[in-house]
Design a protein around this ligand. Structure first.
Ligand SMILES: CC(C)(COP(=O)(O)OP(=O)(O)OC[C@H]1O[C@@H](n2cnc3c(N)ncnc32)[C@H](O)[C@@H]1OP(=O)(O)O)[C@@H](O)C(=O)NCCC(=O)NCCS
Length: 280
C-alpha cells in the first residue's frame, strides 16, 4: 500500500473543494493548506483547514469512511477576480495534490478556435497540452499521448481535423474529428471527441468548439457521431442541446466499456475553413 496521501482538487470558484486521505492510516484527518494568488496582488495568506468532511461519493469510492473532503470559501478580495488556486499538504510537503494548480476564471474573454497546423511548433504545443491533461488525471503521458511524429502523420490525413481553443496564448481545449470509432467505415460518418481543461468548463466554450467542428465537417461528411459515458451528464447536456440523438449502446473496442453512441445529421453545404474568435 502506498505511504503517500491521495487526493484531488475538485472545484475552484466560489468554493475550493477537494479531498485528501492517507490510505495507510485511513482514520487520520489530513491538514490542508489552500493558496490563492492573482497576478495583480501579493499572494494572499494561505487558508488552513482539515480534510475531515464526509462525502458520500468518497465513501462509495472506497476512500476510508468518506470523511476526507475539504471546502474553503474564496477570500472576498478574490471572489470576482481571476486567480490561481494551489493546495498543499503541510505534513507531506513533497506531495502534489492531483488537479493542482487550477485557475478560477470569471470571464472567458477572447478565445480563438483554430485547426492545429502540422508544423513542429504547433504539434509540440498540442502535445504539451495533451501531456498536461493526462497528468491532471494522474495518467501516464508516455502511453496516453502520441509521439510528435505520429501526431504529424495523423494531421496529414484529409478526412480529419484537430481543432484547439486558445486563451491568453495557451491551448485550453481540443476537439478531434476523424474516421475512427464509433464512426463506421463507409457510412459517410466521421467521429468527434472533445475535451476542455477543467478551468474553462461550464462557460459555453464546449458548445462553441462543437459548432466550429460542425462547420469544418459540413460538406465533408453527412453525419457526425460520438460516444459518451452514460453518467457524463454535462457532456450529454451539451450534445442533446446541439441536437445529437441517441443511437444506442456501443462498447469501447479497447476495454469493452459501454458508452452511449450519439449522432447528428449535418447539412449538405460546404463550410469555409476559418479561425473563429469567441468573445464573452
Ligand atoms: C463536456 C464538455 C466538453 C462540455 O463543455 P463546456 O464548455 O463545459 O460546456 P458548456 O458550458 O458549453 O455547457 C454545455 C451544456 O452543459 C450544461 N452544463 C454546464 N455545466 C454542467 C454540469 N456541471 N452538469 C450538467 N450539465 C452542465 C450547460 O447548461 C449547457 O447546456 P445549455 O447549452 O443547454 O445551456 C467539458 O465539460 C469537458 O471537457 N468535460 C470533460 C471531458 C469530457 O467529458 N468530454 C466529453 C467526452 S464524451
Amino acid at each position: 500500500m502506498t505511504t503517500d496521501p491521495e487526493g484531488f482538487l475538485d472545484t475552484v470558484g466560489r468554493m475550493v473543494t477537494g479531498w485528501a486521505w492517507l490510505p495507510a492510516d485511513p482514520g487520520r484527518r489530513l491538514r490542508v493548506e489552500v493558496l490563492f494568488g492573482a497576478s495583480s496582488m501579493r499572494r494572499a495568506k494561505p487558508v488552513e483547514t482539515l480534510a475531515d468532511r464526509h462525502r458520500s461519493d468518497l465513501e462509495a469510492a472506497g476512500k476510508g469512511d468518506g470523511r476526507c473532503g475539504f471546502a474553503v470559501p474564496v477570500p472576498a478580495a478574490l471572489a470576482e477576480r481571476e486567480h490561481v488556486v494551489d493546495v498543499r499538504l503541510p505534513d507531506f510537503p513533497d506531495v502534489r495534490l492531483r488537479g493542482t494548480p487550477r485557475r478560477a476564471i470569471v470571464t472567458l474573454g477572447l478565445v480563438t478556435l483554430r485547426a492545429v497546423h502540422p508544423t513542429d511548433a504547433d504539434v509540440e504545443r498540442l502535445r504539451a497540452f495533451l501531456v498536461g491533461m493526462v497528468q491532471l488525471n494522474d495518467g501516464s503521458a508516455d502511453t496516453a499521448v502520441p509521439a510528435a511524429a505520429d501526431l504529424r502523420a495523423w494531421l496529414a490525413g484529409e478526412d480529419r481535423c484537430w481543432l484547439v481553443a486558445e486563451r491568453d496564448g495557451h491551448i485550453v481545449g481540443h476537439c478531434r474529428i476523424d474516421p475512427d470509432w464509433p464512426a463506421r467505415p463507409g457510412s459517410g460518418t466521421l467521429a468527434l471527441g472533445i475535451e476542455l481543461h477543467p478551468d474553462v468548463r461550464g462557460l459555453g466554450l464546449g458548445r462553441q468548439l462543437m459548432l466550429a467542428a460542425h462547420r469544418w465537417a459540413t460538406g465533408r461528411c453527412a453525419r457526425l457521431e460520438l460516444a459518451v459515458l452514460p453518467h457524463n451528464a454535462h457532456a450529454l447536456a451539451l450534445y442533446r442541446g446541439l441536437g445529437y440523438v441517441d443511437l444506442g449502446p456501443a462498447a469501447l473496442p479497447e476495454t469493452g466499456e459501454i458508452h452511449r453512441r450519439m449522432g447528428i445529421k449535418l447539412p449538405g453545404m460546404c463550410g469555409p475553413d476559418r479561425a473563429v474568435t469567441l468573445v464573452s
